[in-house]
Design a protein around this ligand. Structure first.
Ligand code: COA
Length: 333
């Protein structure tokens, strides 16, 4: 006998976004001594002037719930209307249960599907791609996609290559049904042969079982090859995402890349030959690299400051540890 299949919405779109920026502002001056650096070096090499680091109360769950409440309010939805919660994070320190289930409960949702995904800085774009397919495929009607990190917990403050880059925050988006196409096909993939370029330096078990006390595990990065890969290989992926959306660089309104480094943002825009008319998200200057949270936070800022209007097209592209990447064109809510 033939089984029944789910029937979804004709199209999906991002209905709203919301962000949470931790209260503690950390200027470059606060971190330079430990890495023998200077405010000027950090600004020139990364475009970062300050970042936010979470206080003990600003947990992964707390920040994610705050960002989600903002997104729910902006979408005009009640928590019970969410039937799937996807959380992209690499800094929820408990192996299980998933933080998605805890967030779903704290939000007051009605027992939605809830799970975490591990795609590092590209996690949010992976979540948007899945949410798009869930809504159109009939597995869910309203999907809450969250990118949240407390990278300060995994940062070695004496590591010259990362201490000034990584930061904390949360961003959320709600994907739901739409009459018009609002999320174009994703271009995504992995390059596991380069897994060593961004990694946790040692696993928790080895650390916990070490005969001699060891420094807490932290994120290590081979900055130079990551920089080259992100600036050049990812430009091709961005152009492919535009092509699959049927949008030319001249027609694009906004470019919202993962906020890894201002020089990577600029190099990508140059390599893709984006015209001057395209608004480029530059949230990294005051937020640092918040990994999975960086794109929703940057998009929220563009919307709040009037630099992105509802109905605009925006190219999202994210890349990071794995190495993994995902890019898609979306319509701004
Ligand atoms: C981290 C990054 C800024 C380092 O810049 P870089 O130009 O590659 O730096 P290098 O390691 O080649 O070092 C260049 C010089 O700066 C010095 N340097 C390195 N880190 C420094 C720091 N934090 N402060 C001051 N000087 C520093 C080095 O000692 C070296 O000095 P030398 O030329 O006298 O030998 C850069 O590689 C980068 O942005 N990579 C991508 C990181 C990223 O975005 N990751 C996220 C991906 S998700």
């Amino acid at each position: 006998m033939a089984l029944r299949e789910a029937a979804g919405a004709p199209h999906a779109r991002i209905l709203a976004v919301g962000g949470y920026r931790p209260s503690r502002v950390v200027p470059n001056s606060e971190i330079v001594d430990a890495i023998d650096s200077s405010d000027e070096w950090i600004r020139t090499r990364s475009g970062i002037t300050e970042r936010r680091w979470a206080t003990p109360e600003e947990t992964v769950q707390m920040m994610a719930v705050a960002a989600s409440r903002k997104a729910l309010a902006a979408a005009g939805l009640e928590p019970e209307q969410i039937d799937c919660v996807i959380v992209a994070t690499v800094s929820h320190m408990l192996q299980t249960p998933s933080v998605a289930a805890l967030i779903a409960d704290e939000l007051g949702t009605d027992h939605p599907a809830a799970f975490d995904i591990s795609a590092a800085c590209a996690g949010f774009c992976h979540g948007i791609a899945m949410a798009n397919d869930f809504v159109r495929g009939g597995s869910a009607r309203h999907v809450l996609v969250i990118g949240v990190e407390r990278l300060s917990d995994l940062t070695n403050l004496h590591d010259r290559g990362t201490a000034f880059i990584f930061a904390d925050g949360a961003g959320a988006a709600i994907v739901g049904p739409s009459d018009e196409p609002g999320i174009a096909p994703v271009v995504w993939g992995s390059a596991g042969e380069q897994a060593d370029l961004i990694r946790q330096n040692v696993d928790w078990l080895t650390w916990g079982n070490a005969a001699e006390p060891m420094e807490q595990p932290y994120l290590a990065m081979d900055g130079n090859p990551v920089f080259r890969w992100a600036s050049f290989a990812m430009a091709k992926i961005g152009l492919e995402a535009l092509d699959r959306a049927g949008v030319t660089p001249e027609e694009l309104d906004c470019f919202v890349p993962h906020q890894a480094n201002m020089r990577i943002v600029d190099a990508l825009a140059r390599s893709m030959k984006l015209p001057e008319s395209v608004t480029i998200a530059r949230d990294i200057a005051t937020m640092g690299n918040t990994s999975a949270a960086s794109i929703p936070l940057a998009l929220e800022r563009l919307i709040e400051e009037g630099d992105a209007k509802s109905g605009d097209t925006a190219l999202l592209i994210a890349f990071g540890a794995g190495l993994v990447y995902a890019a898609q064109v979306v319509v701004v809510p």
